[in-house]
Design a protein around this ligand. Structure first.
Ligand SMILES: [Zn+2]
Length: 404
């Protein structure tokens, strides 16, 4: 039946402002957007959005659900004592703090609810896999994923936080994690942590091939060293035909070298189909979002550490993250602010290989409602999301998670 000829929808969102400036009604049936038109007959639950902006559900493409202390007592940040930043020193502090923290599943649940309240309907979480943790955190995050599948789609990266080839037993545990539900293979500073670039990348790409899994590597290694690793990741991605399935998180090196050097590597990443994720850290150089995009690289965003042993900040809000990226990148115009949002919406959907993402007929009804007059204002003002829908079901209202 033609939608205009009296088709009843499960839900109709009337007086909805779209990013292109048009005001429409959105008909939702069986969890999907069934029709978008200037006016639709009301049916089922009809609600007027009063001209608020409707955006697709936000994507947080980098969180650590096992590390966050959201939902637990406040933990004061503890600085490392060594003169130079040491990942392993931080890992030791973290192990001590998490040893006294609430169970992983409880903290992961609290962080998921906070993220959903802010309009995140999809996230990629790294989960520590190492001989001390074993698969305990993975199992807890898998349980949280199952419990909240009505509210958020969560994919899991098996993350070798203590090193991969330099930490005996980790490779076998990573293999087990991928058998038991992890979706992607993680990596961490092949040079800086493992001191063996080929060794770690052989292991990461080997696991990915064996499990038909994607790859997401944390790369903080600096300047020329990090750039050479990016070149090598691009080369390997192309060689094994994994275009579109490999992401590098942080890639600080791109923001630490002369522009022409970054440009050469950006072109290799674009050619190989390797995406780059940034959270625009306030205390470190990071890649130029615009330079990468203009070179054809898919750039995406994530909150990364949220109130954990690494970092006391964060609210699991991807509009806030978009604002921080825009702020740090010197974005001022409406078009630039829209780019910041794109990192957490359409570009992220492309990098995470989400089919049929967006506000259009046929797409899953993962939608958020923001009391803003346009995308630029949404990014700058970050008003509380008045409604968050996952597959057509209301999962958050007025900035609060509402459960089932
Ligand atoms: Zn991370």
């Amino acid at each position: 039946m033609n939608a205009k000829a009296g088709h009843r929808f499960d839900t109709v969102l009337a007086d909805a402002l779209l990013a292109d400036g048009s005001t429409v009604s959105i008909g939702i049936t069986a969890g999907r957007i069934a029709a978008i038109d200037a006016a639709l007959p009301a049916g089922g639950d009809a609600m007027s959005l009063g001209g608020s902006l409707v955006l697709p559900g936000l994507i947080d493409a980098h969180v650590h659900l096992d590390k966050s202390l959201v939902g637990d007592a406040w933990q004061s940040h503890r600085r490392g004592t060594s003169a130079t930043f040491s990942v392993m020193e931080r890992v030791a502090i973290e192990a001590e703090i998490l040893g006294r923290a609430a169970p992983v599943e409880q903290r992961a649940a609290a962080l998921i609810e906070l993220a959903v309240a802010h309009g995140t309907t999809r996230m990629r979480s790294h989960v520590d896999i190492d001989p001390v943790t074993g698969l305990k955190s993975l199992h807890a995050v898998l349980a949280a994923r199952e419990r909240y599948k009505h509210a958020a789609s969560i994919e899991i990266v098996a993350f070798p936080q203590r090193g991969l080839v330099s930490c005996p037993g980790t490779l076998e545990l990573m293999d087990a994690a991928l058998r038991e539900g992890a979706d992607l293979v993680g990596g961490l500073d092949p040079s800086g942590v493992d001191h063996d670039v080929d060794g770690q990348l052989d292991a990461v790409f080997g696991l990915a091939q064996r499990h038909a899994a994607g790859i997401d590597i944390h790369l903080h290694d600096a300047a020329g060293e990090g750039l050479a690793e990016l070149d090598e990741i691009a080369r390997r991605t192309k060689a094994v035909g994994m275009a579109g399935s490999v992401n590098v998180s942080h890639a600080y090196a791109l923001g630490m070298v002369p522009e022409a050097d970054a440009q050469r590597t950006a072109e290799k990443l674009a050619d190989a189909g390797v995406s780059i994720l940034t959270n625009a850290p306030g205390n470190h150089a990071y890649p130029s979002v615009m330079q990468l995009r203009e070179a054809g690289v898919t750039v995406i965003a994530g909150n990364d550490n949220i109130r954990d042993a690494w970092w006391p900040y964060g609210d699991a809000d991807m509009l806030e993250r978009a604002m921080l990226i825009a702020y740090g990148s010197g974005f001022l115009t409406d078009e630039e602010l829209a780019v910041a949002l794109d990192l957490a919406t359409h570009s992220a959907a492309r990098a995470l290989r989400v089919d049929d993402y967006g506000v259009h007929a046929g797409a899953p009804a993962d939608l958020i409602v923001v009391p803003a007059r346009n995308v630029a204002e949404a990014v700058v003002a970050r008003p509380a999301r008045s409604h968050v829908f996952k597959a057509g079901k209301l999962v958050a209202r007025d900035g609060k998670y509402v459960g089932h």
